[in-house]
Design a protein around this ligand. Sequence first.
Ligand code: ADP
Ligand code: G6P
Length: 460
Amino acid sequence: MKRSSRLLIVSNRIPVRRMRRSGSTSWEQSSGGLVTALAPILQQRQGTWIGWAGNTGRAPEPFSLDGIRYQPVSMTKGELDDYYFGFSNRTLWPLYHDSVRAPEFRRRWWWPYVDVNKRFAEAVAAAARPGDTVWIHDYHLQLTPSMLRELRPDLRIGFFLHIPFPPEELFAHMPWRTQILEGMLGADLLGFQTAAGARHFAAAAKRFTEAHGPAGDMRFRGRHVRAAAFPISIDVDRFEMLAQDPDVMARRDRLRARLGGNRTILLGVDRLDYSKGIDIRLRAFEELLKSGAAKPSECVFVQIAVPSREEVEDYAQIRTDVEQIVGRINGEFGEAGQATVHYLHRNIPQPELVSHYLAANVMVVTPFRDGMNLVAKEFVASRVDDDGVLVLSEFAGAANELRAALQVNPHDLDGVTASYEAALSLSRADRRKRMRSLRRAVKRHDVFDWADHFLEALTS
Ligand code: ADP
Ligand code: G6P
């Protein structure tokens, strides 16, 4: 990348929280993986991050925090309903996650999606200097690349999709498929979590637009467009460091003791999303107990679920379903003072999250479909003791790299139950062998390498 060219990051949300303390307000950076990876690059290159600040009505004034300039984009209440909850999270999200819930194709959500994408493109066009590099993120903003190119053909434009790009036959259901593909094709480089994602995109682009040529070098309206896999990762050093922090280790010990000393701990950590397979993993645990293969006095399940998109009916429903299963298992197998499933419906600070990763004997990650799944990588990075077993869905992007996990098909209830039995019976030597292999895979490249590789490819 030319040293003089600045970097602009564009995503639906800017990674900050507004804090109100004793009458005054200030901004605080949130601790997501994306901001961790991009902060050093943005600080070095006087970067700007453009996105929604989480409020409706007038956008807050642009501000700087820790060397990064943030430029909030406005959103009306109607746009939040139609662009974010509607088109992004009731049309695109389910369609791109293998239609595990039926995507809703509503014409009245489409135009607000176009309008908000346009607003983002205009905000970038106004903020960018000649020759700057722009990196647009995720499914909320698939039209922004071409809208921006029209306004500012001098810019270098990259786009990364954090969620899966679905197979061509599934994507074909989308009534606005050509517009979406043409929108994305406005970028010079399109990044996907997996090679399959890049392939699916290229197949759809060739079928529904004028694009032609191989994924790695497509031609579209006289330009070159490249689509390739850039699997995202985590800040591996940070998780290793937290895992060795005496406070975190002491928390781990207290947690183990509270959960009942020698009981085997199974752990789930997710956003409360129907794509994550939280219901199936709890039902598999219930079957394990019912069959007598494990006794409630000997094992316990801890499920941490962050509230998410609660205004959407399918999210409210999965919460009800999960809470019913938790209640049913505890009703049948729990004792006074000894729950069989512990369910926490809240955000927890990262050190506490790591103490849970360390306390777990078995980490259960069972999405029906997931772009990558960072929780699986965080668990592995935290296990500096080379212990713990990872049960991982073969439909998570992370399954491509985490080969030494016990991989499962989350649609196969018996298979998931059998994977718990297998996990519980692995010897210490087998666990160590698998965990070492998983750790080698996770340490091979971290989120900083991911950002470097993408930006290098974009500007070369
Ligand atoms: P998604 O992006 O779909 O939510 P990922 O597994 O890729 O799924 O990323 C989830 C991120 O959210 C991880 O970095 C994880 O540490 C974090 N996270 C998950 N559950 C919690 C929680 N209860 N509290 C705080 N952070 C959480
Ligand atoms: C996934 C998406 C992100 C999104 C995050 C949280 O990771 O890929 O773009 O920010 O979920 O969802 P939310 O709707 O709360 O932003």
